[in-house]
Design a protein around this ligand. Structure first.
Ligand SMILES: O=P(O)(O)OC[C@H]1O[C@H](O)[C@H](O)[C@@H](O)[C@@H]1O
Length: 554
């Protein structure tokens, strides 16, 4: 590494963690639980309505102090301050990352340069409020004067996953007549399937794109517009049915969106952090503005906790450090997000973008190549479904993937004893991962079933479950706007802390650009009347296949 400052792996705190990990290699978590009856209490903490049990981790009383020392050596507290202060922490794009301003419900200013951005944030919220009221109260109607029944949000990436997650998470709070649909993919089947079921007279389109340059979003918007014009609408009626959220007002206007129908976005909000802005309009339209403000208040409560709590009690910091512990010192490549809540089933997809786009980086702020692992592969899905599918790998596979079990204490839908069963499933999975089953236990179990000794010896190794697999359990009262807001903000800040330790820019995403550039060139070749350009034999061969097939079709 050609850096003048000592790199992360040269820090004494890093080296101390390597030694500490070596000292724990032969420790089993079940012994740690047996030795300390207070273990649950010692590793349980609550903030902003979210509780975290992190007792089922490969940690002793020395581990967290070591990790906290690393966080301090990496100036995590200073970096938290810098984020809240509005410093240009997105160094490659020379901008701040101020999603915290979008849910700043205090009277405190938030500055970008010398300007307080809060008046603009508040006035946008007020505009959203008025818009939501006009649609929901049916003051604003479709071109045949019928109230809207459907909202179609067209957007992708950060302009899709966040609002989709939150809208689904808060389904119990949907009230009124509005259905909400999302169109993201450039696969024509996506928009076709949505348009098939809606009526142009009663459909409102929300075009969601920070840049207003994203191919998928613009192409899908063109299709929606054509569909509208061919099904009773005309140019003069577009402004009744098309609304945009963007930081690029000019291109939205050029595209044909009426100026008064454009809600602002700002450079200082990353797409994957934007569900709190007007990008959240699909959510606000379905749950109402009061609930949307509660969502913001939950996130704000987590922001306050993150900003003010000591590192030792700081939920995002604890989660981040545990992730560092496994990714950098135990060789884990992945991290599982396992929501035991039907409404939160979109959380793994949202966190995939949040975490992998933020911390999937290989150079530090100053452009030096890292010599350590950065962001993990985020994966997961709803429990208990996953137990009947991929949990097998968690229990007996050779790879390490720490997991977050996420579950509300109470359900919106108390059906029979379902919630107790769901809760039992969640706890038993975490317990099984922690305890496992050793060879003696496997043998004893088979003996009880009456197997002979030869059969026992044959089968027992297959029934051994190593255990010692780490997990967190994240709990809250119920999936409400406030708790969902706090939960999503918790993961945003966790991601930030990890990026701060790895010294990467968590707010850019240059890696996604190359595919876009090459995609345009390939598209030109697919559609051209002839193609004699050559790049590499695989891409050329596949282009030829497509071209031949479409020539055959024609
Ligand atoms: O909101 P837009 O400008 O349309 O961007 C949509 C998405 O596309 C990009 O390619 C980025 O990878 C995402 O971070 C972004 O959220």
């Amino acid at each position: 590494m050609s850096t003048s400052k000592p790199g992360l792996t040269e820090k004494p705190e890093w080296k101390a963690l390597i030694d500490h990990q070596a000292s724990l290699k032969n420790t089993h978590m079940r012994d740690l639980f047996d030795q300390d009856p207070e273990r649950f209490r010692n590793y349980f903490t609550t903030a902003a309505g979210i509780s975290l049990d992190y007792s089922k981790n490969l940690i002793t009383r020395d581990t967290m102090p070591h990790l906290m020392a690393l966080a301090r050596a990496c100036k995590v507290p200073e970096q938290i301050e810098a984020m809240f202060r509005g410093d240009n922490i997105n160094t490659s794009e020379n901008r701040p990352a101020l999603h915290i301003a979008l849910r700043n419900l205090s009277d405190d200013p938030v500055h970008v340069g010398n300007d307080d951005i809060m008046p603009e944030v508040r006035s946008t919220l007020a505009r959203m409020e008025e818009f939501v009221w006009r649609i929901r109260s049916t003051q604003w109607r479709g071109f045949t004067n019928k109230p809207f029944t459907d909202v179609v949000s067209i957007g992708i990436g950060g302009s899709f996953l966040g609002p989709k997650l939150v809208s689904a998470a808060l389904k119990p709070y949907w009230h009124g007549r509005l259905n909400c649909h999302y169109v993201a993919n450039i696969d024509g089947s996506h928009i076709t399937e949505v348009l098939r079921h809606i009526n142009p007279e009663t459909t409102l389109f929300l075009i969601q794109s920070k840049s207003f340059r994203t191919q998928e979003t613009l192409e899908n918007t063109k299709v929606a517009r054509e569909w509208f014009l061919h099904n009773g609408g005309d140019e003069a009626l577009i402004s009744k049915h098309f609304v945009a959220v963007t930081a690029n007002e000019k291109e939205a206007i050029d595209f044909g969106i009426a100026e008064e129908n454009i809600f602002p976005m700002w450079d200082w909000v990353g797409g994957r952090y934007s569900l709190w802005s007007a990008i959240g309009l699909p959510t606000a339209l379905t749950i109402g503005m009061e609930n949307f403000r509660s969502l913001l208040s939950g996130a704000h409560a987590m922001d306050q906790h993150f900003k003010n709590a000591p590192l030792e009690d700081n939920l995002p910091v604890i989660l981040a450090l545990l992730g560092i512990w496994y990714g950098n010192f135990w060789g884990a490549d992945a991290h599982a997000i396992l929501p035991y809540d039907h409404y939160l089933r979109g959380l793994p997809a949202h966190l995939q973008q949040l975490d992998m786009e933020s911390n999937g980086k290989c150079v530090t702020h100053d452009g030096t190549s890292v010599d350590y692992q950065t962001g993990p592969i985020i994966w997961g899905g709803a429990g208990a479904n996953g137990q009947h599918a991929y949990h097998q790998l968690l229990h007996q596979g050779t790879r390490m993937s720490p997991a977050d079990f996420i579950i509300p204490l109470r359900t919106h839908n108390p059906v029979a004893t379902h919630h107790a069963i769901l809760f039992a499933n969640c706890l038993s999975q975490a317990q099984a991962l922690m305890r496992g089953k050793n060879l003696d236990e496997a043998r004893a179990e088979l003996r009880e079933q009456g197997l002979d000794e030869a059969a026992i010896e044959k089968l027992a190794p297959h029934k051994v479950i190593p255990g010692n697999k780490p997990s967190n359990t994240i709990l809250f009262e119920r999936s409400t706007p406030r708790t969902v807001g706090a939960l999503v903000a918790l993961y945003e800040h966790k991601t930030f802390v990890q990026g701060a330790i790895w010294d990467v820019d968590s707010f850019d995403q240059w890696g996604v650009e190359l595919g876009k550039q090459l995609g345009q060139d390939i598209l030109d070749r697919l559609l051209a009347s002839s193609d004699d350009k050559r790049t590499d034999s695989s891409t050329d061969g596949l282009i030829d296949l497509f071209r031949r097939k479409h020539k055959d079709d024609a």
